[in-house]
Design a protein around this ligand. Structure first.
Ligand SMILES: [Zn+2]
Length: 268
């Protein structure tokens, strides 16, 4: 997983500070991140002209700012390439920075009265000076569920259309008015026709690529239930055993990969 972990500390409390030497400048263009040649980050001391710095967050003593660095003739890479970036806490910063960039660019104008929004000074929010509308960063909740049957086999899937082509687990966005457990049960039924029970929470993970927070569960599909594939979502849904190591996505970033890997290791 690409989250920050000990000994590093992610400070997301909104306390804007002026940039200092060593601080990192994040810049994006649509779904691309803009970096220096060699895939290194721009630092405050690289910039000699007056530009706008929007404070994002801090990891340990390094502040991160959102800037427009097109004028620096950066290289432009799909944000997905940051999944495997090292060190991991910088991958996490780049992806979380993209989440905030996407939110800021979608909230330039008030959705209620169309006036230009301004940044709130006390918390991370955009405020409409005309009607008072206050907009906080948007987080789209997602649920992922690792389903096991009575033979201790795991259900793995492959998406029908998504760019991600490795094995995955049943997943979907949580709808308005339902809990994460209800969403897991509904998604399992919709995507595979399976009725699941005995849900156990595994862990959660921020996932900036889809501006999400992912809740994960392990669940049971009892009896010999038939898989009915929802073929516009999935092209494969099959049971595998702990010996089927070919299904390991070997993707260091995702919690799905961690769960499949742990199952194959006999730990899930
Ligand atoms: Zn307004």
């Amino acid at each position: 997983m690409y989250q920050t972990s000990q000994p590093h500390h992610f400070y997301n409390h909104y306390e804007p500070e002026l940039p200092k030497k060593g601080d990192i400048l994040l810049s994006y263009d649509g779904r691309n991140i803009l970096l220096k040649n060699g895939m290194s980050f721009f630092h405050y001391e690289d910039i000699s002209q007056d530009i706008q710095y929007r404070y994002l967050f801090k990891i340990d003593d390094t502040n991160f700012y959102l800037c427009d660095l097109m004028f620096m003739h950066p290289i432009s890479l799909d944000i997905q390439t940051m999944r495997s970036y090292q060190p991991k806490e910088y991958a996490f910063a780049a992806i979380t920075g993209w989440h905030l960039y996407d939110w800021y660019r979608n909230n330039v104008f008030c959705g209620r009265c169309a006036s230009k929004m301004i940044e709130d000074t006390k918390e991370r929010a955009m405020r409409c000076p005309n009607c008072g509308n206050l907009v906080y960063p948007r987080i789209n909740p997602v649920v992922i569920v690792a389903i096991k049957n009575d033979q201790d086999e795991l259900l793995v899937t492959k998406y029908a259309h998504a760019s991600y082509s490795k094995f995955a687990l049943v997943a979907g966005f949580i709808e308005i008015g339902e809990t994460s457990e209800e969403a897991a049960i509904r998604e399992a039924k919709e995507e595979t026709g399976l009725d699941i029970t005995d849900l156990t929470f595994y862990k959660d993970q921020p996932w900036g690529f889809s501006s999400s927070l992912i809740f994960t569960y392990v669940a049971k599909a009892h009896g010999n239930q038939k898989i009915t594939l929802e073929d516009h979502e999935l092209k494969i849904a099959q049971w595998v055993t702990r010996n089927d190591t070919y299904v390991d996505p070997k993707d260091d970033a995702s919690i799905t990969s961690e769960m499949i890997h742990k199952y194959l290791e006999g730990e899930l």
